[in-house]
Design a protein around this ligand. Structure first.
Ligand code: ATP
Ligand code: MG
Length: 500
């Protein structure tokens, strides 16, 4: 019997550099938007203030994609390291880079060719090009002639002058539609630009909100050199509610064990929010759970990662966690920087974690569920109202629909202006389902602003709230009639007061 031995011996060695085709297998977890986020990371590390993503269309087809920035650029002596797989540099604290593979993996997940061109702070120009081709076996990286590199760097990018400039160019982008059918290309462009802006707005929201940089997207027509509209990326903050779902929250829960500390900021969204910050891409139900940030860049947006099961009733619960670098046993980010996996110690620290008032994670989930249930119950128990009709602005109508169960069979109530023979402020016209307002007060109340069908939303919302039930039922009761008299008297006096 040959017994197990601790050491495995070798005698001599053979040099086995990786086959260049291994590049083809890189970044398989990327999609176009996560790949672009990786390039944006590099621009942020280069202290760019402006980053432009431009897609080029030629003869109807989408051909290339550029990411251009005005950061400090790459020195000629550093560019080979930059193009090397795993070529790491000295990272500063706060840098987003870490593995030395982002640029390559992101690019080859989306394109067959990667060109990197840069002008450094001293004005020196340099360029390299990697191409994936079935014939290629070695790791021979192309040197781009300086005049071509300079030409690309000096194209009209319309970016503010920065310390330097870097252009990343992708050709043969695999995800681009293989057609010049204008309808399909247009459809792809509009869908893709929205996706890119949403994803970058989300993962970069803290950096964008802190004005670290601006990000733009546009499409260039190669034949004319002209670009369509340039769209900016706005921050999309997954914790950007206008008021908390429960007073006293968010709370910070801290768990400590074996020299490790885990700090979790537990938020509760208000029920029924329609904000894009709540309805993130993918849908709010799938965005509950953990959000990991590293150096203010969001790496992971939702999911409980095994510490709890996803549940519709927990859709208001989002937990903000800042991590530094991988901590063994606690968490690990994937090289695509699109996901954080948690280790066994994470679950343990979650169990231990407490807020100053002793709130635990279990308590938090309970509260989040209660807030969700109460908000649902409250809506169900609310008095049903007649839907709003003409005269109220669409956002107001939407809010009413969200907050109040409506009598869908009833004809809606309009709030409109009309010329009155007398001074009264309003007229309840049950036959025409309209609350008329006296035109003679309109200009004064507008105070110089322009009127329109949906003008004065605050006034109309108030009138809808107090008068809606006058339109319900067959007759007006005596209490209703009395109220009408009081409101008419008070509002008319008030409106005349505004006029004088
Ligand atoms: N836009 C840019 N401006 C300046 N330097 C850049 C730019 N893009 C890439 N580089 C240089 O190229 C190097 C390699 O980039 P790459 O994304 O492959 O790795 P990384 O950023 O170091 O690490 P990670 O794999 O975590 O992204 C960077 O470290 C940086 O020095
Ligand atoms: Mg990088």
């Amino acid at each position: 019997m040959v017994r197990w031995r601790d050491e495995v011996p070798t005698s001599g060695g053979v040099d086995l550099p990786p086959d260049a085709r291994s590049m083809d297998g890189l970044g398989r977890n990327h999609s176009l938007d996560t790949a672009l986020a990786d390039l944006v990371d590099n621009s942020v590390d280069a202290e760019a203030t402006d980053i432009l993503i431009r897609i080029v269309r030629s003869a109807g087809r989408l051909r290339s994609l550029y990411v251009v920035d005005n950061g400090f650029g790459i020195a000629p002596e550093a560019i080979d390291d930059a193009m090397t797989l795993g070529g790491r540099r000295k990272y500063r604290t706060g840098d987003l880079g870490r593995f030395g593979i982002g640029l390559k993996a992101a690019s080859f997940s989306q394109a067959r060719s990667l060109t990197l061109l840069s002008r450094d702070q001293r004005g020196r120009v340099v360029g390299r090009r990697w191409e994936l081709s079935p014939q290629q076996s070695g790791f021979l990286c192309g040197v781009v002639p300086e005049h071509f590199a300079a030409g690309e760097l000096d194209r009209e990018w319309n970016l503010p002058q920065g310390a330097g400039r870097t252009v990343v160019r992708w050709d043969e982008v695999t995800g681009f539609p293989a057609t010049d059918d204008p309808a399909r290309v247009e459809e792809y462009i509009s869908r893709t630009l929205v996706q890119i802006r949403q994803h970058l707005g989300l993962v970069m929201h803290r950096l964008l909100a802190a004005h670290r940089m601006r990000i733009w997207v546009e499409v260039e027509e190669a034949e004319t050199g002209e670009c369509g509209s340039r769209f900016g990326v706005s921050p999309l903050d997954p914790f950007g509610y206008t008021r908390t779902g429960k007073s006293g929250w968010p709370k910070t829960l801290v768990g400590r064990a074996e020299g490790l500390t885990l700090s979790m900021r537990c938020h509760i969204w208000p029920g029924r929010s329609q904000l894009p910050e709540f309805n993130l891409p993918g849908g709010a139900d799938f965005r509950q759970g953990l959000y990991f940030y590293r150096n203010d860049r969001l790496l992971h947006a939702g999911g409980w990662e095994g510490i709890h099961a996803s549940d519709r009733r927990l859709r208001l619960a989002r937990v903000e966690i800042d991590i530094e670098d991988d901590t063994i046993g606690l968490f690990k980010m994937n090289p695509e920087k699109s996901k954080v996996s948690i280790g066994p110690k994470f679950a343990y620290l979650c169990e231990e974690a407490q807020a100053e008032d002793k709130t635990t994670l279990a308590d938090y989930l309970q509260v989040a569920e209660t807030v969700f249930r109460d908000s649902k119950k409250r809506t169900m128990q609310r008095r049903r109202m007649i839907p709003p009709g003409r005269g109220l602005a669409p956002p107001l109508k939407k809010a009413i629909k969200r907050e109040i169960p409506l009598l869908e069979d009833e004809e809606p109530i309009n709030i409109r202006w009309a010329a009155f023979a007398d001074e009264s402020f309003f007229l309840v016209d049950r036959d025409n389902r309209t609350l008329w307002l006296n035109e003679r007060y309109r200009a004064t109340l507008l105070g110089g602003r322009r009127g329109g069908l949906n003008d004065m939303p605050v006034l109309k919302a108030l009138l809808y709230i107090i008068m809606e039930d006058l339109f319900q039922g067959e007759y007006l009761g005596s209490k209703d009639k009395d109220n009408l008299e009081i409101w008419q008297e008070l509002l008319t006096v008030a409106a005349q007061g505004e006029k004088s």
